[in-house]
Design a protein around this ligand. Structure first.
Ligand SMILES: *[C@@H]1O[C@H](CO)[C@@H](O)[C@H](O)[C@H]1NC(C)=O
Ligand SMILES: *[C@@H]1O[C@H](CO)[C@@H](O)[C@H](O)[C@H]1NC(C)=O
Ligand SMILES: *[C@@H]1O[C@H](CO)[C@@H](O)[C@H](O)[C@H]1NC(C)=O
Length: 432
């Protein structure tokens, strides 16, 4: 009976197909898991050609009893020392072959102050993101929907008044003080601090109001400008951040923060070496201005959430440090000396010398490493170069050209964002 044969053949084919698909699905899963579990080792495969050397000894005791955390979201808080610290995360992602969430245009900003629209960030080929370190604003819901549950949330903040001075200069806030063209203001900072509330420093971008002079660090960590005076709400919000973040580093205690980061992430010393000379060398007229007690008092009231947050996370940093073994400060001293040693080694002249080598002896916290001039090249790698390298390593393909309007550069477009906020306020007043 031929039709019976056809039936048997058909059913056979179908079950074969199903089996094949099941196996494939399983295999796909395996690949993902495999990639995740081997990602930690791949740095050393890549090491030969890139400047990291195979450690001569096994992991030191302090990282032997834990395994490195490879999933992290780094919130690059603006003007808080994040250009000094971000290379640490870039190099980690690159040498450990992590899947990085990147904007589809390959640029430096994922999205700010709202999450990127679908299609404006690259989808990972493995289905799993490991890392984010490009400019973005903390949005718990959005990030938690896209990163694995064991992701470490990390950020850096700094003393709010020095942050304010830096923003005031960088975003050219003094422009809003002038009522007449060519008006000369001897110290714009002091003029501003007479009554910060009286100046129109609010800006509007993608429907979100922000103010670079007021709680700007809390804003990058997701705090809404509209809640600037609600300190009970701030308390609860900061407690939530404390719960969500593995570590908020403090610029004034940078080396302690980095050593703590290394320990909490179970990374290696060589992962956290960053350049000694930071990029914070910009000088401006009022950089060293010390506020009078009255000015400080005014600013503390005006930007109360940032002060509350700073105090909270500084205390939280020191609490976490206290919970470490008592050799913590010894490791900090060692880390500082390694940075100085690397700085010496990488002075221009030595960088040219291909045969020069330096050895970091093994300690309780690290195996011994031998570095050559590739280390200096690695530390000098620019943001743009890292972006290109990682883009290629991940096989992300064509970059999307994004309309200029979509590209955020708050510094460049600050003037028009201030204007937008003013027009929006007028419109709201008219509609009332
Ligand atoms: C990174 O992962 C890709 C697979 O996604 C692999 O082809 C490549 O060899 C890995 N690179 C390194 C340096 O391990
Ligand atoms: C945060 O993300 C959620 C989910 O995508 C979105 O609905 C919300 O508008 C975002 N909030 C802000 C302030 O961008
Ligand atoms: C942070 O807190 C520690 C411990 O309480 C304190 O010693 C230190 O001065 C604080 N740092 C700053 C910059 O306020």
């Amino acid at each position: 009976m031929p039709w019976k044969l056809v039936l048997v053949f058909g059913v056979g084919c179908l079950s074969l197909l199903t089996m094949f698909m099941l196996v494939r699905e399983h295999h796909k899963h395996d690949i993902t898991n495999h990639l995740l579990s081997t990602a930690g080792n791949s740095a050393f495969k890549a090491a030969g050609k890139t400047g990291l050397r195979q450690p001569e000894e096994l992991r030191s005791s302090s990282s032997a009893d834990c395994s490195p955390r490879i999933n992290f979201v780094w919130i690059k808080v603006h003007k808080s020392g994040s250009s000094t610290t971000t290379p640490l995360f870039q190099q980690y992602a690159f040498f450990h072959n992590l899947t990085v969430m990147m904007p589809a245009d390959g640029g430096p900003i994922l999205s700010w102050p709202i999450p990127p629209r679908e299609g404006l960030y690259v989808k990972p080929r493995t289905g799993v993101y490991n890392a984010l370190y490009q400019h973005s604003r903390y949005n718990k819901t959005w990030l938690e929907a896209r990163f694995p549950p064991d992701t470490a949330y990390l950020a850096i903040i700094r003393e709010p008044f020095s942050h304010f001075k830096s923003c005031f200069n960088y975003y050219r806030v003094s422009h809003v003080l002038k009522t007449k063209k060519n008006q000369y203001i001897p110290n714009p900072l002091r003029t501003f601090l007479e009554n910060p509330w009286s100046f129109k420093t609010e800006a509007l971008h993608y429907g979100v109001r922000f103010d670079k002079t007021r709680n700007a660090q809390a804003f990058d960590l997701g705090y809404p400008l509209e809640k600037a005076d609600d300190l009970d709400w701030a308390r609860r919000y900061i407690d939530q951040l404390e719960h969500d973040f593995l570590l908020v580093m403090v610029l004034e205690h940078l080396e302690e923060s980095v050593v703590l980061l290394r320990r909490l992430m179970c990374w290696e010393l060589q992962d956290v070496i960053i350049k000694l000379s930071t990029r914070n060398v910009r000088d401006y007229p009022f950089k060293h201005y010390r506020p009078t007690p009255t000015e400080m008092h005014t600013y503390r009231q005006y930007s109360a959430v940032d002060f509350m947050m700073y105090q909270h996370f500084n205390q939280s940093l020191w609490r976490k440090i206290q919970a470490q073994d008592n050799d913590f400060f010894e490791e900090v001293r060692h880390y500082k000396s390694v940075r100085v040693k690397v700085g010496e080694f990488c002075k221009i002249k030595r960088r040219m010398d291909k045969s020069a080598q330096m050895t970091i002896p093994s300690t309780r916290w690290n195996p011994s490493y031998t570095f050559d001039s590739n280390l200096c090249r690695r530390l000098g790698t620019s943001d743009r170069t890292y972006r290109k390298k990682i883009w290629n390593q991940l096989g992300y393909g064509e970059k999307i050209k994004v309309r200029p309007r979509m590209v955020y550069n708050v510094r460049m477009h600050h003037g028009s964002m201030l204007k937008q906020a003013r027009e929006n306020s007028k419109e709201r007043a008219r509609n009332k």
